[in-house]
Design a binder for this molecule. Sequence first.
Ligand code: BES
Ligand code: MN
Ligand code: ZN
Length: 517
Amino acid sequence: MTIALEITFARLDAAHAATTAAFIGQDLILSPAVQVLNTRSQGQILKAAEAADFKGKKNAAFEILAPQKLDVQRLVLIGAGKAADHGDSDWASLGGYALGQITARKAAEASLVAEVGGATDKPETIAANLAFGALLRHYAFKKYLTKKNGEDNAANNGAGDQKPTQDRLTRLVVHCADPDKARAAFESKRALAEGVYIARDLVNEPANVLGPVEFADRVKELERVGLEVEILDVDALTELKMNTLLSVAQGSVRPARVAVMQWHGAKSKRAKPLAFIGKGVVFDTGGISIKPAAGMEDMKGDMGGAACVVGLMVALAERKAPVNAVGIIGIVENMPSGSAIRPGDIVVSMSGQTVENLNTDAEGRLVLADVIWYAQERFKPRFVIDLATLTGAIMVALGKDFAGLFANDDKLADQLVAASKLTGEKIWRMPLDKSYDRLLDSKNADMKNIGGRWGGACTAAAFIGRFVKKETPWAHLDIAGTAMDAPKNEINTSWGSGWGVQLLDRFVADNFEKSEK
Ligand code: BES
Ligand code: MN
Ligand code: ZN
């Protein structure tokens, strides 16, 4: 889905659209804008808020219908909570909440008064972040809903029990003191939102539509945003000896692909790139070690790592980030068939290390092993960060709000944790240790692809670690819990969350761009 909400910025005193959402701060510290409205309505706003015992707590809303002397049908006051303590992600969350309030009222156009009583952040920062949160909240994956378009769809007119479309909102006017500054501050946020949208779309798309070839085609199209994209087909992958990746794909009638996206934004085109690697299993049946039927449909989202890398690369390109970055994703389908890999098969990876496949459902690490090796050999990157919906075990350990972080480098880990705190995409550091690595030793090959019953997320990380060169700073994010079917929140109501795009965009912006400017 392309962004379907037009966001514009206007002055505070510009005419309001049919629905107005206004923010107030903690303890009814009214923003000047609300004060003006209150005066104009002869005190009705405050009177009504007090009568309803509305105190302006975060994520609480209070609606006044047809306020007197005001040119709006309804005014929704939205609590901002402790405005002085808010950072970017709090504002985004509030913007998402506000958008939810607006769309629930089914307006085609709305105004959002982005002026908050008691806030200390710059007005344009607040306005841009509110708009960003609203944009993320507006995302919905509806392309296959042919019958729920209500009045938007002439064919459904009068179709009785059809629900009308949840939101008709197409235009949001954000009112603030300095629209020009807010518009400028919003530009990079809009680029980021586009990246998140693309990641969500890829995760939500069913596997019949999004096979490896189709996925690669979509990535190729991203040359339009300024990325350099190469698609490696099976012949190229065979030539490169990416045999562990190919061994996962061999049971599927749909051939594997690897997509290499490059963004050259640094002053020197030759400066070593930052490298981001994604697991792109378009569907994971488990292969011959087949998964149980219940819930298997979720495995259409087993390319969440790859989707995040694509979304990040789009965000970097769209906001012209002054860095060199490369995103490489391994795209395969894991199917059982007469040509599928068997338990017990031994495969020689691109690195030369041999792997005994003892469970064909531990396939993501086999894809990453070759792609990570390739990334290091070809690009000599400053670091490698991989993202993968790698293990059920990470959800047992951390639940669905946190992704697992494994890193061989404390500085890299700390930088990621800092970005995580600022964006609200939560991560928790997990151990890399010899004791896990040892569990991968095999009698028959250099290693096996599973480590036994315990610490499944840690043995998976240790496996990947065997394909990371000593000199490469590396972090692995296990996003099995967060990339899909994660708890809904104010800025995401989609099954495919687009998790990680914000985190990594921030991580890049805060650590690798300042010296380049
Ligand atoms: N894609 C799965 C992990 C997964 C499970 C992601 C549920 C999201 C939701 C991965 O390929 C897998 O099957 N992992 C196995 C590893 C095991 C066989 C060692 C797992 O976690 O059970
Ligand atoms: Mn699997
Ligand atoms: Zn998988």
